[in-house]
Design a protein around this ligand. Structure first.
Ligand SMILES: *Cc1c(COP(=O)(O)O)cnc(C)c1O
Length: 375
């Protein structure tokens, strides 16, 4: 199928771009002997797992369903973290995963025997209380009162029996300089116990596939933990795996004017790209400029009733026409996984652009997907 034949709205994942990212990540693994996992919460398009499996060590899961998906579709190492596990799910989770990471000593005490009996590894999430993010409190697990990870004050070394590794996750879209200072905090607060453990998991938030990412420093950080403490090092980025590897294709439905020019698209920020509002950020749009950079500027908005369902202001060389296709970039991660059908909006189709440049629809959705989720 050709690009023009794709239905809209439609997510398109570009296999070549995804593979480029995977090669970058695999290079880190090869040079350092560390293991990199796909954090499925950012990108769970299982159609791509056979490709991802060639380059990465496995999956990181946030709970039962992701654990099952990783087990069934990736079939490699599968690590799981949850702020608390349910008693009626833990056995199934253990059956799918090899590393079960707990958020508190009480959860360790409650479930560790089951994990060890199954021959699986017990991990503990720590909170190094080292905030490296400015102005992003909802993405900062080190903020005051955070529910994530055991702090130094609550750390109980006498309860480490059976725990083979530590996990921290404190970064979000960050470079390796922030990882380095985080490791300093980890060593300062938890250093005395690192040598008695087998592994450490640096979590996600490492923007490894971004152009300006300092991979050398990342590798120094990995080697430091390996050499100093004999630890096996895991990383579980989500974003970095499919960063800039997908698009959202949408069609202009109508144009209006209310002191500014406005265009209504057959997509929605809140339903199809919620991070645009939550993060918030302005997604790239192919062939466009900043507001007023090119001659024709429009505010682009969605079909829902939400006044704030606005993607942003963009400028173009030509006036937009009804029926024009617009292509937003960086739409593989934290998009499909966060979709809603608010206002009865349809879910975008999911398509693949293969290495020959051909397009193929992988999944389409309809009315039933809306109706059956609500009752
Ligand atoms: C969100 C998350 C990740 C992945 O984070 P990215 O920012 O997508 O790289 C990894 N591990 C844990 C525990 C997470 O919560």
């Amino acid at each position: 199928m050709r690009f023009e034949e794709l239905p809209t709205p439609c997510y398109v994942v570009d296999e070549s771009l995804l593979e480029q990212n995977l090669k970058t990540l695999n290079g880190v693994m090869e040079r350092t002997g560390s293991k990199i996992l796909l954090a499925q919460k950012a990108f769970s398009m299982s159609t791509m797992y056979p490709l991802i499996r060639k380059y990465l060590s496995g999956t990181a899961s946030s709970g039962l369903y992701e654990a099952r998906l990783g087990h069934e579709e990736m079939g490699k190492e599968n690590h799981v973290f949850s702020p608390a596990y349910r008693e009626d799910e833990i056995d199934e989770i253990i059956s799918y995963c090899d590393h079960i990471i707990f958020n508190s000593f009480s959860q360790v005490e409650k479930f560790k025997d089951k994990v060890l009996q199954a021959g699986k590894k017990v991990g503990l999430r720590i909170n190094p209380e080292h905030s490296t993010q400015v102005g992003h409190a909802i993405y900062d697990p080190c903020s005051p009162g955070s529910r994530f990870g055991v702090t130094a004050k609550n750390f109980r070394p006498e309860l480490l029996d059976g725990v083979s590794g530590l996990h921290f996750h404190t970064l979000c879209e960050q470079n390796s300089d922030d990882l380095e200072t985080t490791l300093n905090a980890v060593e300062e607060k938890f250093g005395p116990w690192l040598s008695q453990l087998e592994w450490i998991n640096f979590g996600g938030g490492h923007h490894i596939t971004r152009e300006d990412y300092d991979i050398d420093l990342l590798e120094k950080c990995i080697k430091r933990m390996q050499d100093q403490y004999g630890l096996e090092v895991y990383l579980e980025p989500g974003e970095a795996i499919a960063l800039n590897a997908g698009y959202l294709v949408t069609t202009v439905l109508d144009k209006l004017e209310n002191d500014i020019e406005i265009a209504i698209l057959d997509t929605s920020a809140t339903c199809h790209m919620p991070d645009v509002l939550e993060m918030p950020y302005r997604p790239p749009l192919l062939g466009s400029g900043e507001a007023n950079e090119k001659p024709y500027t429009y505010r682009l908005g969605g079909q829902t009733c939400l006044a704030g369902d606005v993607i942003g202001e963009y400028s173009f060389d030509q006036p937009l026409q009804n029926g024009d296709r617009l292509v937003f970039g960086d739409m593989a991660i934290y998009t499909m996984v966060k979709n809603t059908t608010f206002n009865g909006m349809p879910l975008p189709a999911i398509a693949l652009k293969d290495k020959n440049g051909d397009y193929r629809i992988v999944r389409e959705f309809g009315y039933e997907n809306f109706k059956t989720r609500l009752a």
